[in-house]
Design a protein around this ligand. Structure first.
Ligand code: M6R
Length: 608
């Protein structure tokens, strides 16, 4: 989603704004821009460019922006095509604005402003904000009062950063939904969509709460809540900001993050299990796992697939009734939830708008709220009763990899803890399950030691226009995740299906040009999946088999076999996530797509 940055600096800020925007690139964007206050703060200047930040950098090199006060933005188009004229910052007279989110009532506002004689130069919802503030400023002459009045007109979920010509030591930030953080420097002040953007400048961060707006000068911050009452918010020292956002020796962030999995899965597991004693060591978070009657899981995209694996684990090992739904559906479904149930939300960013709305729905239905998040300062984490962090570290690649497997790690530990609390898992089983989890990082490391098989398969997949992924039982969500990864990264159409559904429709697609990737570990359902593979083979389909079992009589139909290690069934999803990630990654590399920032995608989807 869009990225916001603002600096009240001691010296020229355009270069620092550009650097901060580079750190927000991972969120996904299609154009970018910067505005500064030049000529002693009396004149607004801006530079914008369609496409990547390199274009903005080149434009700035030609026509540098002076000034110690400025705002910058990476735009992910919602209203109006990705183009220079729609890129932020937007301006109206002495006001310049950058915005993340959506102004829901922008059409009404636009018509009203147009009727007052305002001329628009873009198709964006953001421009109405600039004109509204400028109109109020003309009436009150106080930027703070103008902002307060303008906010009364705006509906939607948005974050804003605003600067004013003639007010060189002033910047106003607003958070109404999407996150916004204040960075405190020495005689400097910053605004950013997240702490990562501000990392080079400061780790002293104040996260605005939903509904807050803040008036910043170089020496002072005043924060107001939604009702315009002055409030104080804690100043924290963030560790997220300390992480260096670089690719190491890898070609892409995604490759780096795939390779980090043995380490981060190990870290995450160590938070929830005691490897030495081979027992779960689930922190006491106020969850009464023995008494919970029903769990409702909600999430989006890859996080939803992690939740789906969690459903299989919680049902099988803890005997818990689990409902799961995509957050964008759940939030409007009006599902009746029995009071006292546990609602579990899974989100890497902790900012996904639909997941947050689903959380609010569950809260209104008297559920206890637990959140599995990677960003512990996020909105979802702060709205939950109990937070189960994944310790994946910042995930920069837009396609989720290490966050997914770390979400699985938390869910696996939760299933064991719940199974134990509910008397479904005895000590010997607990030891076996925790012992098997302890082996996951090693299995993943050995799979990562040789990626050449994936490169070979990628060359084949790249020729396909459609790919089918099949899996059964707990491997079904891995098939879904494999299809999503391939779609996102290579733009090849891919679908994941429960293998048992093959005969109910998708079998009609099978012909020699359709690669079928079968996730078929040698578990209790292997024979069933093998029967589906026979059906595929009989129709001339080409199979890519991910299994610890040999293809045997289907050797002719199996074009590629990734030989997987033999695993305790419990840990299969954690390890089988890896080959589906590598297949998508190598296909994208071979096809030359933008691996870390696939087209049209945003890292954190803070609008509906
Ligand atoms: O930050 P979240 O985990 O809530 O994000 C959910 C999805 O938007 C995300 O998993 C998305 O599907 C990724 N692009 C998957 O690679």
């Amino acid at each position: 989603m869009c990225g916001i940055v603002g600096i009240l600096g001691k010296g020229p800020v355009a270069g620092a704004l550009l650097e901060a925007l580079k750190r927000l690139e991972y969120r996904g964007y299609d154009s970018a821009g910067i505005a500064t206050l030049a000529e002693d703060g009396t004149a607004l200047k801006r530079c914008r460019a369609e496409g990547k930040l390199a274009n903005l950098e080149a434009a700035l090199a030609k026509d540098p922006l002076p000034g110690r006060t400025g705002i910058g933005h990476t735009r992910w188009a919602t209203h109006g095509a990705p183009s220079e004229r729609n890129a932020h910052p937007h301006m109206s007279g002495p006001v310049s604005v950058v915005h993340n989110g959506i102004i829901e009532n922008f059409s009404e506002l636009r018509s009203a402003l147009a009727a007052e004689g305002v001329a628009f130069e873009s198709d964006t919802d953001t421009e109405v904000v600039a004109h509204l503030i400028a109109r109020e400023l003309a009436r009150t002459e106080s930027p703070t009062e103008a902002m307060r009045r303008a906010l009364a007109h705006l509906k939607g979920a948005f974050a804003l950063a605003v600067i004013f010509a003639g007010h060189e030591d002033l910047m106003i930030g607003v958070r109404n939904g999407p996150p916004l953080a204040i960075g405190h420097g020495e005689g400097e002040m910053y605004l950013g969509s997240d702490a990562i953007a501000l990392a080079p400048f400061t780790n002293r961060i104040t996260f605005l709460e939903d509904g807050d707006w803040a008036v910043l000068t170089r020496e002072r911050v005043q924060i107001f809540d939604r009702s315009h009452r002055a409030v104080t918010r804690p100043l924290t020292r963030t560790t997220a900001a300390a992480h260096l956002v670089d690719k190491g020796n890898h070609r892409h962030f995604m490759a780096k993050e795939i390779h980090e999995q043995p380490e981060v899965i190990g870290h995450t597991l160590a938070r929830y299990v005691d490897f030495g004693a081979k027992r779960v060591a689930f922190p006491d978070l106020g969850l009464d796992l023995a008494r919970i009657r029903r769990v409702t899981i909600s999430a989006c995209g890859t996080a939803y697939y992690a939740g789906l694996v969690g459903k299989y684990w919680l049902e099988r090992w803890a005997g818990l009734a689990v409902d799961i739904d995509i957050a964008s559906e759940f939030r409007y479904r009006e599902a009746p939830l029995e009071p006292g149930g546990l609602a579990l939300f899974v989100s890497q960013s902790g900012e996904t708008a639909d997941t947050l709305a689903a959380l609010h729905y569950a809260r209104a239905q008297s559920q206890q709220i637990a959140a599995i998040v990677n960003v512990t300062e996020s909105t979802i984490a702060r709205a939950a009763d109990c937070v189960l962090p994944t310790l994946a570290g910042p995930e920069i690649g837009v396609a989720s990899t290490k966050a997914f497997t770390c979400q699985l790690a938390v869910l696996a530990a939760l299933a064991i803890a719940a199974g134990k609390a509910r008397g479904r898992i005895d000590e010997a089983q607990e030891q076996a399950l925790v012992g098997a989890l302890g082996e996951v990082p090693r299995h993943i490391s050995s799979l990562l030691a040789d990626e050449s098989p994936y490169e070979a398969i990628a060359h084949d997949l790249a020729k396909a226009s459609d790919v089918l992924y099949l899996g059964r039982g707990i491997n079904y969500p891995i098939a879904l995740e494999g299809a999503l990864k391939l779609k996102e990264l290579s733009y090849i159409h891919a679908e994941g299906y429960a293998a048992g559904e093959l005969k109910h429709g998708p079998i009609a697609l099978i012909e020699e040009n359709l690669p079928i990737i079968v996730v078929a570990p040698g578990d209790a359902l292997f024979e069933k999946t093998f029967a589906n593979m026979q059906e595929v083979a009989a129709r001339g389909g080409r199979i890519v088999l991910l299994s610890d079992r040999a293809p045997g009589e289907l050797a002719d139909a199996v074009a590629h076999h990734i030989a997987m290690p033999e695993l305790l069934p419990f840990t299969i999803p954690l390890v089988y996530a890896l080959p589906v990630q590598l297949l998508a990654y190598h296909t994208a590399v071979f096809m030359g797509t933008d691996v870390d920032q696939p087209r049209n995608l945003a890292k954190s989807v803070t609008v509906e």
